[in-house]
Write a protein of this length. Structure first.
Length: 170
């Protein structure tokens, strides 16, 4: 096969892989949207305090300094605490992660994974409010989203662990 034939095959293969990626991305996004629970009554302050306390306990046990934000089902801030010595930049990041998880009814890590796949997945970067960073999780009670938690201050995976501890504290 000559060089032109190889280039045509490579181009065809790239197009096929792109098409497969788009199909998988669309199917995954559609499936997640179909499985997303409905919104419920907004989280109250007492419950938000339990979520933050559980998240901070996990962070303290690992000597991680973080910001923990809890928003209600409408994305409005209910409680935010910045642990001592946590960088100030993490305040807005934690809030963005929480709002993203509430607005889109899914973990913010879903967007991180989509962006990480590259190609058409990079379109997520143009979606206002979709924080492609691990550490934002919906808070679900009785099958309904009552709010979300966002954590920032250490690595994304560590932020995700702390957020999960907060969810578990609910």
């Amino acid at each position: 096969m000559n060089g032109d034939g190889l280039k045509k095959n490579e181009t065809a293969m790239k197009r096929l892989l792109t098409l497969i990626s788009v199909i998988l991305l669309t199917a995954t996004t559609t499936l997640l949207a179909q499985q997303a629970p409905p919104y419920g009554e907004p989280i109250n302050l007492a419950s938000a305090k339990k979520v933050v306390a559980a998240a901070q306990a996990k962070a303290k046990s690992n000597q991680w300094n973080v910001v923990v934000a809890v928003v209600d089902s409408g994305g409005h801030l209910v409680l935010l605490e910045r642990m001592d010595s946590t960088q100030y930049g993490s305040v807005e990041v934690a809030l963005q992660k929480a709002r993203s998880a509430s607005a889109f009814r899914r973990p913010s890590k879903v967007f991180q994974d989509i962006v990480g796949s590259g190609g058409d997945g990079l379109r997520i970067l143009a979606v206002t409010g979709a924080a492609p960073l691990d550490g934002g999780l919906p808070l679900i009670l009785n099958g309904k989203i009552i709010g979300a938690i966002g954590v920032s201050g250490v690595t994304g995976a560590q932020d995700g662990q702390i957020a999960q501890a907060g969810v578990d504290g609910l």
